[in-house]
Design a binder for this molecule. Sequence first.
Ligand SMILES: [Zn+2]
Length: 122
Amino acid sequence: MWSIKKSVLLNALKSAENYYPDEFMCFLGGQKKENIIDEIVFLPTSTTIDSATINETIIPFDESILGSLHSHPNGYATPSLADKKFFTKYNLNLIFGYPFTLTNINFFNAKSEKIKINLIED
Ligand SMILES: [Zn+2]
């Protein structure tokens, strides 16, 4: 089971709010062995009102990138077909639905199945 620091989620929610009404996208870093997410990894992305895309060739081969995160300004925290394809790259994928609060986040594994995570108070 994945654990995520609450402060990481709160920071990401704030960023998603700043990007609204565009999509926000970033990556999640942390400790692979322990399955702990403790940092946001920002990479240059190009976001528009209905899509967030990233030039995958610029994703560094970095073992500390463990997951992905993006926002859905339309409010539905469910993966699109393109999302499902992208999610296969990571074992943890987050979607923030608008309004961006802790209760409007869904977590998915690489198969786009909803999973539960453990929130670490920090
Ligand atoms: Zn999406």
